[in-house]
Design a binder for this molecule. Structure first.
Ligand code: NAP
Length: 369
């Protein structure tokens, strides 16, 4: 039974790509977990959550709460010693009104922090993002001291930077008698397997690649990390005192879109998929951006080589990241198995050699007996 001063953990956005992994790891560690979802009646979202950890010592508690409403948060936080605040809108495309993303991210974070203070929660772990650290428009290596000060950022990038800043300002200004601890996690682009049945932006990008929605790729680089390492970082930051008062960049490797597609092609080409592996000349991307608004935001990022210092991830959180090639392949299989990308007639699924080898060894051991 896990304790470490942890009595019950509230995980916001339990139904999301990251949230579900956080819930699963907490349950596997023996914690009592309460998750927030927007609707407990959405069977498609709730069923996979209930099945995350069949052997859990404590059944997952689920409560309804919306980042845009104050109701529900006080009772969600009640009796929790720790809060892991993961929920935040992460749309695949920019909304016409940026406030649709910014308001739930910023106001939601504030509502949750205030509820946590009122309930005398010990520590809040906040999921921010590497986009709150770095603007992706200029090559460089970024550390936790950096803040994204870009002036032409997407609504999502603004929402993450503003929400994280608001959280630090609020916690730093709390009077001594109501102080709570804050630790922040800043993941780069997240890859790896899905535990839930709802596609999110990470899966969307991989679907577009596997479906060859573009014949060639813009020259864009993305620092990446596996979703299982992201969940692990949140769980460790919840009890590691060195995490308090700090940000933590989570990053395994910087991959260019082309490198992601080459990994996908190596695994999935023989199975009937044809991700693009050629790079579009920048002038063509700029020209196409006149007609496709989603491309417009990529133009300032062309050729920018974005790197991050992951020392705190390795030395404080003690995370030795899963090789990112494995994460790309795992998310590839997830989006096909979930039905978000059609199975081709040549699709065989994950190679079974290892399982077969194990079966042969098991049979040999049985015979020996
Ligand atoms: P996701 O699957 O879309 O998860 C987002 C979660 O936020 C969902 O559970 C969603 O609930 C919840 N949410 C959104 N708007 C809400 C609202 N108004 N009220 C209550 N809940 C709301 O995306 P994700 O990739 O797991 O993202 C999780 C967190 O990681 C976010 O904070 C995101 O900014 C951060 N992050 C993600 C990446 C990445 O590459 N994926 C990288 C860095 C940081 P519903 O299920 O009800 O929609």
């Amino acid at each position: 039974m896990a304790s470490n001063g942890v009595t019950r953990v509230l995980v916001t956005g339990a139904s999301g790509y990251v949230g579900a992994h956080v819930v699963q790891q907490l349950q596997k560690a023996g914690h009592v977990v309460r998750g927030t979802v927007r609707s407990t009646k959405n069977e498609q979202k709730i069923k996979p959550l209930k099945e995350l950890c069949p052997d859990a010592a404590h059944e997952l508690e689920l409560v309804e709460a919306d980042l845009q409403k104050e109701d529900g948060w006080a009772s969600a936080v009640a009796d929790c010693s720790h809060v892991i605040h993961v929920a935040s809108p992460f749309p695949a495309n920019n909304p016409t009104n940026e406030e649709e993303v910014i308001r739930p991210a910023v106001d939601g974070t504030m509502v949750i922090l205030k509820a946590a203070v009122a309930a005398k929660v010990k520590r809040v772990v906040l999921t921010s993002s590497f986009v709150a650290v770095a603007s992706f428009t200029k090559s460089g290596t970024f550390t936790e001291k950096d803040w994204n000060t870009g002036t032409n950022e997407s609504p999502y990038n603004k929402s993450k930077t503003m929400a994280e800043k608001a959280a630090w300002d609020y916690v730093n200004e709390l009077p001594d008698d109501s102080k709570i601890e804050l630790a922040v996690i800043n993941p780069s682009f997240i890859l790896g397997p899905y535990l839930t049945s709802t596609k999110s932006t990470s899966g969307d990008v991989i679907c577009q690649m596997l479906e060859r929605q573009m014949p060639a790729l813009p020259s864009i680089s993305m620092p990446c990390i596996d979703v299982r390492d992201v969940a692990k970082a949140h769980v460790i930051a919840m009890t590691n005192d060195e995490a308090v008062g700090n940000r933590h960049i989570l990053l395994s490797k910087n991959l260019w879109f082309q490198e992601i597609c080459v990994i996908l092609a190596t695994e999935f080409k023989a199975q009937g998929y044809n991700p693009p592996t050629k790079v579009l000349p920048n002038f063509l991307v700029k020209f196409a951006a006149f007609f496709k608004t989603d491309l417009k935001q990529l133009v300032p990022q062309l050729d920018a080589d974005i790197k991050g210092d992951n020392t705190r991830m390795r030395e404080v959180l003690k995370i030795d990241p899963i090789p990112i090639e494995e994460s790309v392949i795992d998310i590839g299989y997830s989006v096909i198995e979930k039905g978000w990308v059609k199975k081709t007639p040549k699709y065989k699924g994950r190679p079974q050699e290892e399982t077969q080898e194990n079966a042969v060894v098991d049979a040999a051991v049985e015979e020996e007996k």
